[in-house]
Design a protein around this ligand. Structure first.
Ligand SMILES: [Zn+2]
Length: 258
């Protein structure tokens, strides 16, 4: 089987400045999120790739037509209702609202900030897979070094972990992509793809616009805007030689069938 590349974006209101005590209005958060999504459109229009867009229902409520259009080619999955707050009922209401907007069933979940919630809550809300596991150690956030790096079942729930390097489990997520030299990141990603037969990567649309004015630490915004966009295009170009870009949903399907 051709290795699968699962490229995902967390399509959300840009609330990260709040984490750093910088005030940003809900309106501005939404605008920045949308600007970023617009910036990604040329990439998302590439017929050779399919992505999964983990979208908050709040964001989709502001831009339903955009989300609906994107659902023609890509998977729309749930990033719950609001990025800044969570209650259990949001799991179901977000899934229902997104399904209503795209007129298709929504089956996947990624929790904001990879927050862990009980498996039964996720299943109860009708999701078939979860992509909120990052099997690495992020100081001050989580230590998941004991969790699998491959696709696995967890009490009836399909889990697709975010990818890490084969040695030392260095996360291959958005912050690494920004901060590592390109050649190193690509080498690690190719290694993981070869070993695991899949890569699960995630970025955010707001990374691709100028967010220097919002009090964020430099390592979170480094190489933002155009240079990062070019870097990501280069990554896609290079990875195309080693695998096929598919959605999380279709990847889960192939795993279940095997
Ligand atoms: Zn998020």
């Amino acid at each position: 089987m051709i290795p699968k590349i699962l490229l995902s974006f967390d399509v959300e209101e840009f609330d990260m400045p709040l984490e750093y005590g910088f005030d940003i209005t809900p309106k501005k958060q939404m605008e920045i999120g949308k600007l970023g999504l617009d910036k990604l459109m040329p990439l998302l229009a590439d017929p050779a790739i399919q992505c999964s867009l983990f979208t908050t229902a709040n964001f989709a409520n502001h831009y339903p037509d955009t989300i609906q259009n994107l659902s023609q080619q890509h998977e729309i999955a749930s990033h719950t209702f609001y990025h800044s707050s969570y209650t259990e009922k949001d799991l179901l209401s977000a899934r229902q609202r997104l399904s209503e907007i795209i007129q298709k069933e929504v089956v996947g979940l990624r929790m904001p900030r990879m927050k862990q919630v009980p498996v039964e809550d996720i299943i109860h809300a009708g999701y078939t897979y979860d992509a909120s596991i990052h099997p690495t150690w992020l100081p001050g956030r989580y230590n998941n070094l004991h969790l699998p790096t491959s696709f696995y079942k967890d009490n009836g729930l399909n889990r697709i972990p975010a990818s890490v390097s084969t040695f030392f489990r260095i996360p291959l997520f958005w912050l690494s992509f920004k901060n590592m030299p390109y050649a190193l990141y690509l080498a690690l990603a190719k290694h993981t793809l070869k070993k695991e037969r899949f890569l699960s990567l995630y970025f955010h649309p707001w990374e691709f616009v100028d967010v220097t004015a919002f009090g964020l630490p430099n390592y979170t915004i480094k190489g933002c805007q155009s240079s990062l966009f070019l870097k990501l295009n280069r990554l896609i170009f290079d990875l195309k030689k080693h695998g096929e870009f598919v959605t999380y949903q279709s990847f889960v399907q192939t795993q279940i069938e095997h």
